[in-house]
Ligand binder design. Structure first.
Ligand SMILES: *[C@@H]1O[C@H](CO)[C@@H](O)[C@H](O)[C@H]1NC(C)=O
Length: 733
């Protein structure tokens, strides 16, 4: 058939016109709604107000192999959003050299969340605090000339802007912002800055203005938030972090009421208590927030995970970052918290339409009881019945019904009639650690004890700050000097050993004289500084004093924490030689960074064969500075695994060459508490259980790091331990 051009019939024209108009209309609708915005009530996604339930999951704190299951569990637990920080020091370990691989594969993590049908809140920071080494800042940033962190400082702002753009550009290139079809609905700049701003005044105010402008200027297409920032410049939304946030009010009446950190648990420190927060109280806090106009809340943490390697901050933050979260360190649901909050989320979702369409009307139901009713014009209705009494249950009447309210609880009635959930009515179930195998066959190798003449060391007059020497490539720095007793003028007081005093800026110290350990000292999270003092045996002639200083995570919080020192800075004094006191502080000191075993990578398969190990009856027991190694086959099954380090002191653990973190059997502070709870505004610190036990006993061994057979486990022990007490355990019901 000839193709003939014919004039279109009027019918066709009409159809085309209609189609054309529809197209215009659709693209207009699309342009107007494929976006994220906000009003005074809520965040709007695609033009619709939402109640958004969110949880923090930090990608480097679990393995990529664990991510899909954790995300699925979060979804099943009723979350809409995953919130994560971005970890600058993981992504840019050396300036200009980026790492987005493995646990730092941020794009993969976000895409997995997207595939699961959830949204993302990206807290770029790049200051993140997070109990993470140096608050997320790379150590090299400390040594940029003229820098001062988190203030109106040009070098800092330059680096912060560079990294913020790096992340935003990466997200844009991968089309991950919501208007591009991706899952990111919100981004955060800075983090809990208000307290610093308050302390430093004008430069802080200027910095806040700059940070806000810089962030908004990246044009992500989604709103920016600043948490704990009462003066967050428009259009940035200031948000609340805390145990309770129902009384929080945004700084402008056109911003929604958002809670970026619901502290459903707390961080743990070596030597500190194991914090926990009752599921009932978390549910109560969240429900109170919702019934008072809140429409976005995020559990910090929903899954805490593990501070693998030397990523934990503090100092003295434990390797475990479990946080008493609804999904535990190992990726399993923590009951009853997980299910209780899932039930809560369900009830909130059933009430969503009423919650986003109107403000509550509050009425009294008794002396300490009230009701919040959300009744929209369209007829939907949700009610929250609250009993603020911390001791007594009550029966209340509402509408045509009667309801039992336990003490300190709220009932949610998504249809204003039927109780779907009460914050205090919980179902129970727990998990435990089950031993799988003892009887590892251990071998040991003795670490070198510093002597001043060693290679790789340098000598200076006086003592150097530790991190300025190590740049945090290792926890360890040796300080060594010779003490010579001799000549006519020097004598030791008869009958008494000389008294050595060593003051250190932190965080832990071991003292050796002539190769023999004479003791240790350590600081704490609250006071990293420490002083060693003790009598030491010196002989006539040359005595070798060797101080091994170790860091336990660099500070992540506090005013100009980048300037806080670590290591032996003195004074170092010796009394009882001659009749006076010798000040060794300005003597010549040899500095040597790291351990011999670290230099040889004895924790790796290859490196472990470079030294001679001894086993059997020659195994070193309770000896300071000892490396241990063993090989083992992976236990069958897929339950998560941990090593029980109860018989060991302090050091680090490697599995197949990868560090699972620092271990330390530091006891829970005496007079502190085994468990702490946060109930009804009060932070209870009375000892409830487990006082005097190690803060952290179990250390997560990711399944994906294991081969079926012949796995290498290496432990470095600083203080002395008995490896025969180490066992592998499974986390099961
Ligand atoms: C909810 O928001 C409205 C409008 O800002 C306000 O008038 C009302 O007091 C708020 N109610 C509660 C319980 O916070």
């Amino acid at each position: 058939m000839d193709s003939k051009v014919t004039a279109p019939s009027s019918e066709t024209l009409r159809t085309t016109n209609v189609l054309f108009c529809m197209l215009i209309f659709l693209s207009w609708v699309f342009a107007a709604t494929a976006s994220v915005s906000y009003d005074n009530k809520a965040v709007l996604i695609n033009g619709r107000r939402r109640v958004l339930i969110s949880g923090s999951i930090h990608y480097p704190r679990s393995t990529p192999e664990m991510w899909p299951e954790i995300i699925q569990r979060a979804k099943y637990g009723g979350l809409d959003v995953i919130q994560t920080y971005v970890f600058w020091n993981g992504h840019e370990p050396s300036r200009g050299q980026y790492n987005f691989q493995g646990r730092y594969d941020l794009v993969r993590f976000i895409k997995l969340v997207h595939q699961a049908g959830l949204y993302v809140t990206l807290r770029i920071g790049p200051y993140v605090c997070a109990e993470w080494n140096l608050g997320g800042f790379p150590v090299w940033l400390k040594y940029v000339p003229g820098i001062a962190f988190r203030t109106d400082n040009e070098p800092f702002k330059w680096e912060m802007q560079r990294f913020t753009y790096k992340i935003v550009d990466l997200m844009k290139a991968e089309r991950l912002f919501e208007p591009q079809g991706g899952p990111i609905i919100l981004s955060q700049i800075e983090n809990e800055y208000e307290i610093v701003e308050y302390e430093i005044g004008h430069p802080g105010v200027a910095y806040t203005q700059w940070a806000a402008g810089m962030a908004v200027g990246t044009h992500t297409g989604v709103p920016w938030i600043m948490c704990k920032q009462g003066d967050a410049p428009d259009p940035i939304i200031n948000t609340c972090n805390g145990f309770y946030c129902e009384n929080f009010i945004p700084n402008r009446n056109y911003k929604p009421k958002m809670w970026t950190e619901v502290w459903g648990g707390w961080l743990m420190k070596f030597g500190g208590p194991t914090p926990y927060r009752l599921a009932e109280d978390v549910a109560f806090a969240v429900t109170k927030f919702i019934q008072n106009n809140g429409t976005y809340f995020n559990y910090y943490m929903y899954h805490g995970g593990t501070n693998f390697g030397r990523t934990s901050g503090g100092p003295f933050i434990t390797t475990s970052y479990d946080y008493d979260a609804p999904i535990d360190e190992y990726g399993l649901p923590r009951e009853p918290k997980y299910t209780h909050l899932k039930d809560l989320h369900n009830a909130i979702k059933q009430s969503e339409e009423a919650l986003v369409s109107t403000n509550p009307i509050i009425a009294s139901l008794g002396q300490k009881q009230e009701v919040h009713v959300f009744k929209s014009k369209s007829g939907v209705c949700a009610a929250f019945l609250t009993n603020y009494d911390q001791q007594y249950s009550v029966k209340v009447r509402f509408g045509n019904g009667q309801y039992d309210l336990p003490p300190w609880s709220i009932s949610i009635l998504p249809d204003c009639k039927t109780e779907a959930f009460n914050t205090a009515k919980v179902r129970k179930k727990t998990l435990s650690m089950v031993p799988w195998s003892w009887g590892f066959s251990w071998e040991s190798y003795n670490e070198w004890v510093g002597t001043a003449s060693d290679e790789g060391s340098f000598v200076v007059k006086g003592l150097k700050e530790q991190v300025s020497v190590t740049w945090d490539t290792t926890d360890y720095l040796w300080y060594m000097t010779d003490i010579t007793i001799g000549g006519d003028e020097e004598f030791l007081e008869t009958g008494r050993l000389p008294f050595l005093t060593v003051a250190s800026a932190g965080h832990a110290l071991q003292v050796f004289v002539n190769g023999q350990s004479v003791g240790n000292a350590y600081g704490s999270y609250e006071t990293p500084k420490l002083t060693f003092s003790g009598r030491v045996a010196l002989k006539p002639g040359v005595n070798k004093l060797a101080l091994l200083s170790s860091t336990v995570g660099l500070p992540n919080i506090g005013l100009h924490f980048e300037t806080w020192n670590a290591g032996v800075l003195g004074p170092v004094t010796l009394e009882g030689v001659n009749d006076g006191k010798w000040d060794l502080t300005k003597w010549e000191w040899s500095h040597k960074k790291g351990l011999e075993g670290e230099a040889l990578s004895v924790f790796s398969f290859k490196g472990s064969s470079s030294v001679k190990w001894t086993g059997g009856s020659s195994l070193a027991i309770k000896r300071p500075l000892t490396w241990y190694k063993t090989t083992f086959d992976a236990p069958e099954g897929n339950e998560p695994l941990a090593v029980d380090m109860i018989s060991m002191g302090k050091g680090e653990i490697w599995i197949n060459g990868q560090s699972i973190g620092r271990h330390w059997a530091a006891n829970k502070a005496t007079g502190g508490c085994g468990k702490c709870s946060y109930i009804g505004y009060y932070h209870e610190t009375k000892c409830q259980s487990g006082c005097g036990e190690a803060s952290q006993r179990w250390y997560h061994v990711p399944r994906s790091w294991l081969y079926p057979k012949g796995n290498l486990m290496v432990v470095f022990e600083e203080w002395g331990g008995d490896p025969r007490g180490i066992s592998l355990v499974k986390r099961t019901t």
